[in-house]
Design a protein around this ligand. Structure first.
Ligand code: E4P
Length: 218
């Protein structure tokens, strides 16, 4: 399973990249705003800065909600760097735009997916990635993992090449369960990724090994 980090924070992206396990980055307008990145030129430069840190795909989201606007924005974003994947919302105009981008060889990530039907449409339009929002479904008492399972079954039935990018990950169990189901990619915060490292028996065991080494080398 590929690991993407879901942030626009350059320090966190560097930290994950330095661990050697990072395969890409996803951003969205809220994450850009959180970092105080605004204005067309600054936003574009920030995407380039992210691409220069990570070896892998970087999702950059369009703001337009009409076909022409999405195409204009998406083409400009894709021209910034070869690692850019154009992130397009799951609406009718978005599906048209994904179909267009697909015919032009521009890679896309269809975002804000909350149902299997939406994921099926995105795959038919030729999306490179589809982003079901697992955590946000859990937030409203709906089983987000069940959606990932449904999409996996549908894509496998028809050999769709669209990759399932499990998004809105909140904690390490989301990551582990997505891996069990067979999501192609997960995107989550650095805290969820580093939480995978932790086990108290590892800490106790390491402390014991180091203490024993110290004693026998006095
Ligand atoms: C996905 O690409 C989105 O940026 C993200 O995963 C949304 O996560 P949230 O529900 O934690 O905001």
């Amino acid at each position: 399973m590929k690991f993407f980090i879901d942030t626009a924070n350059l320090d966190q992206i560097k930290e994950a990249q330095d661990m050697g396990i990072l395969d890409g980055v996803t951003t969205n307008p809220s994450l850009m705003a959180k970092e105080g990145i605004s204005g067309d030129e600054k936003v574009k430069q920030h995407y380039i800065d992210i691409c220069n840190i990570v070896d892998g795909d970087v999702s950059a989201e369009v703001i337009s909600t009409d076909f022409e606007g999405m195409v204009r924005e998406g083409e400009a974003l894709a021209a910034l760097h070869e690692q850019i994947v154009v992130k397009v919302p799951m609406i009718k105009e978005g599906i048209k735009a994904i179909k267009y981008f697909s015919s032009k060889g521009i890679r896309t990530n269809c975002t804000l997916i909350f149902s299997a039907g939406q994921a099926l449409l995105a795959a038919k339009a030729g999306a490179t990635y589809v982003s079901p929002f697992l955590g946000r479904l859990d937030d409203v008492s709906t089983d987000g993992l069940n959606l990932i399972e449904e999409i996996r079954t549908i894509y496998d039935n028809y050999f769709y090449e669209t990759e399932i990018l499990a998004a809105s990950i909140r904690h390490p169990m989301h990551i582990i369960n997505c891996a069990k189901i067979g999501a192609d990619v997960m995107t989550g915060p650095l805290s969820a990724i580093t939480a995978l490292l932790k086990h108290p028996l590892t800490d106790i065991g390491l402390a014991q090994f180091l203490a024993d080494h110290e004693k026998s080398n006095k």
